[in-house]
Design a protein around this ligand. Structure first.
Ligand SMILES: Cc1cc2nc3c(=O)[nH]c(=O)nc-3n(C[C@H](O)[C@H](O)[C@H](O)COP(=O)(O)O)c2cc1C
Ligand code: SF4
Length: 723
């Protein structure tokens, strides 16, 4: 067997886990508004169990909806009416041989609901812009903090009961275990934290006092569910903030929980105050948190789960075989590819779509936006429509123009469905904007997805024409065209010689001719020491990181009130630390030679020799000495699309050529196109492909009209039938 330890069983209390792979809890925020289990909840967890994960811990489920829901549509277990739905959820995983648990979580200060009268360990005003419990701030409104109220002793005691009643329902529903969420600054974690808990009563202060609430919950669950019912605890081994839990207390916590009868420890990291460690963005390397499990295993005998940025079965096998952990926990990896275990089992490691830790789909575009879960690189995540994907019996000829993520994903899905796809790319390499992003220090994981999808296209024998920008005449020969031509930079109106402004694409090109990020035929501009980036969004943030890393003195000038407002928040948290020549928790990158300065609500009014004139929102002007100006203003490339439409070619548009956005939108739109391509090629008046029509409507739209009904015609027909 390829991964003998990974696929060996493990005893967790009375439970025999079939293998060492754990789905660590992930709140997919896909339940009904009242917290009832939805078909999407079932579909999602069933796919993970089908994929071969041995132990699935369902994400945050609140024991008391009235005082706290971490996301607006998380699961709820505060009433017996939730038991039937939870039972269906458990059954959907048992069917595929998995063991399963529910994580009970009271979000406390980090709740999404209720918005007011929020319960916490301590009174405070909180501003956590990257928390899923953040308030939606209206456009142009000032962000305000959320007011938190200290829980009274009576409320704490009531919550002890509510937690254990919820655990009893989880057991009734047929789950094999229950987990307590005591990590990341949520309510139990807040009480346990030396940094967050400022209480002076018997629930605050000393380690013993801080552990009182979670230990009371454990005790109460044991009384209600019986000592044999396995309880796991997830806590942040280190909190990664000044005065927060350190390794010594992380180990002491493990000892105390084991003595309390906990069946296994699910070690996490960080809090909302240290979001890098809690929700590791791309910069965090695989295995950075393994040390915690290794150290914990020295002090306890119960099984230990390690997680955070685990992506490769080889690495997981290695740490298991070396005895550094008992179980490996995957969260986002199973959003990106729920079939990770079975692919590893069959030795198909190359086909695993590794999570690139972008947090674009599963955080920025879903939980942060108060939407249901999604993934940037797996459009099937949260979308059951992909389960019904079938091969066509009547393939059509499809041209995809543009080899960026939207085009590649469209080509992949359409080809999987049996259509005949030709993918045109005007440059010498597939990848589009991703090629630049891979060059940004800390964003190399983008390359994983790029390599994966390029491999898939090769395996599928998609016809790829590089260095080829097709004409309208060429494209007329296809049944259907997808325009995925992406976006490119432009220079806004400015006084002075605009031709001296460098497009960011030329500033970010690799100087090595052998590198795929070399601009090829396009010229590259050599930049001076002081560079002004004019614009916003990923183009500006990534170009700044690239230039600062190679030693340039970078100033960003943006017309917007807040820089990079649409970029993923936790990546921007890391980026801002690096702009200030520091780094996010745990990371130790080489500091930039110069800090990166950001000037907001300002534009470039005039270009001069060696300087620019800036103009702010109050029309105040100032001069800034600079060697080069790089534009990061980006707009869709729509020329070909317009020509095709005018020529009457059946064409759709997807990705950045609709509007410059992120990978999530590109893949989603490309994938949706691939799924919709149909032999009938019907378009509705909105310009969208109409697929999956009721057969009577499809027939009405496609068959030739017969003669119109008349009484004479009817008589003729009756006579013919009677003969
Ligand atoms: C969308 C999302 C939801 C999450 N929900 C939970 C949760 O409900 N409970 C929890 O303990 N951790 C939660 N986490 C943290 C993950 O379990 C995990 O610790 C983190 O994502 C790092 O591990 P990974 O690299 O395997 O994803 C969540 C993370 C994400 C991205
Ligand atoms: S959206 Fe990004 S971080 Fe989230 S699961 Fe998908 S690839 Fe991973």
């Amino acid at each position: 067997m390829t991964f003998p330890t990974l696929f060996s069983p493990l005893q967790l209390g009375p439970l025999t886990l079939p293998n060492r792979i754990v789905h660590v809890p992930t709140d997919i925020s896909s339940s009904h508004a009242d917290g009832e289990v939805s078909e999407r909840d079932i579909h999602h967890h069933e796919a993970i169990a089908k994929g071969g994960t041995g132990f699935v811990i369902v994400g945050a489920t609140t024991p008391d909806m009235r005082t706290g829901r971490p996301t607006v549509t998380c699961l709820v277990a505060d009433g017996d009416n939730y038991v039937p739905g939870l039972a269906r959820l458990a059954e959907s995983m048992h069917r595929y041989g998995a063991r399963c648990a529910v994580q009970l979580q009271h979000p406390g200060r980090q709740c999404a609901i209720p918005r007011y009268n929020t319960l916490g360990a301590t009174d405070r005003v909180l501003k956590l812009p990257w928390s899923a419990g953040h308030e939606i701030v209206y456009e142009n409104a000032e962000e305000k903090g959320k007011e938190i109220r200290e829980a009274s002793i009576a409320e704490i005691l009531e919550l002890v009961d509510l937690f254990s009643e919820a655990a009893w329902r989880v057991k009734q529903a047929g789950f094999d275990a229950v987990e307590l969420h005591a990590a990341h600054g949520y309510l139990l974690s807040e009480f346990m934290s030396p940094y967050l808990n400022m209480r002076t009563d018997r629930f605050g202060g000393s380690f013993e006092n801080r552990m009182r609430f979670p230990l009371a919950v454990i005790d109460s669950i044991q009384k209600k569910c019986g000592k044999g019912y396995p309880i796991l605890v997830r806590y942040s081994f280190e909190e990664w903030c000044e005065g927060g839990r350190d390794m010594a207390e992380g180990l002491e916590t493990a000892r105390v929980l084991e003595r309390a009868g906990v069946a296994a420890l699910d070690l996490s990291q960080g809090m909302q105050e240290s979001p890098g460690a809690g929700f590791d963005p791309m910069q965090y390397p695989q295995g950075w948190a393994t040390y915690a499990a290794e150290a914990t295993k020295q002090v306890v005998k119960i099984p230990v789960i390690t997680s955070h940025s685990l992506r490769d079965p080889e690495y997981c096998e290695q740490i298991l075989a070396e005895g550094k952990t008992d179980l490996v926990g995957l969260a986002r990896q199973l959003l990106a590819d729920p079939y990770w275990p079975v692919k590893a089992q069959y030795g198909k490691v190359k086909s695993i779509r590794r999570c690139i830790s972008c947090l674009g789909g599963c955080w920025q575009e879903s939980l942060m936006a108060k939407h249901e879960i999604a993934c940037s690189i797996n459009a099937a995540c949260g979308n059951p429509a992909y389960d019904d994907m079938t091969r066509t019996e009547r393939p059509v000829q499809v041209a995809v123009v543009g080899g960026g993520p939207a085009g590649m994903e469209a080509a992949r899905i359409a080809t999987e469905r049996g259509h005949l796809v030709t993918l045109f790319e005007r440059s010498g390499e597939l990848g589009g904007a991703m090629k630049y992003v891979c060059m940004v220090p800390g964003k190399e994981k983008m390359r994983w997805y790029l390599d994966w999808i390029r491999d898939q296209l090769l395996d599928l024998h998609v016809e790829i024409r590089l260095n080829h920008a097709p004409t309208v005449e060429e494209l007329r020969g296809f049944d259907l065209v997808l325009n995925a031509t992406g976006a490119s930079s432009y220079v806004p109106p400015v006084v002075g010689d605009a031709s001296r402004v460098v497009p960011f694409e030329e500033a970010m090109a690799c100087p090595r001719v052998s590198c795929e990020c070399h601009p090829g035929g396009r010229k590259m501009r050599k930049l001076g020491a002081r560079v002004l980036l004019w614009g916003d969004g990923y183009a500006a943030a990534d170009t700044a990181a690239w230039l600062a890393d190679i030693g340039k003195q970078v100033t960003i000038v943006t017309e917007r009130r807040e820089f990079a407002a649409e970029c993923e928040v936790i990546h921007m948290y890391v980026a801002r630390k690096r702009f200030a020549q520091g780094d996010a928790e745990v990371l130790t990158s080489r500091p930039y030679r110069h800090p990166v300065t950001v000037i907001t609500s300002t534009t470039v009014a005039e270009l001069r020799d060696g300087s620019v004139v800036l103009q702010d929102a109050s029309f105040g002007r100032s001069e800034l000495e600079i060697d080069d100006v790089v534009t990061c203003h980006v707009r869709p490339e729509l020329g070909l699309f317009a020509e095709l439409r005018a020529a009457g070619v059946r064409v759709l548009n997807a990705g950045d050529s609709v509007a410059p956005r992120n990978l999530y939108h590109a893949v989603k739109e490309g994938s949706a196109f691939g799924l919709a391509v149909d032999e009938h090629l019907l378009f509705n008046p909105n310009g969208a492909i109409v697929d999956r029509l009721p057969i009577d409507v499809l027939a009405q739209l496609t068959r030739d009209d017969g003669p119109t009904y008349t009484a004479t015609r009817m008589r003729e027909l009756a006579e013919t039938a009677g003969r």
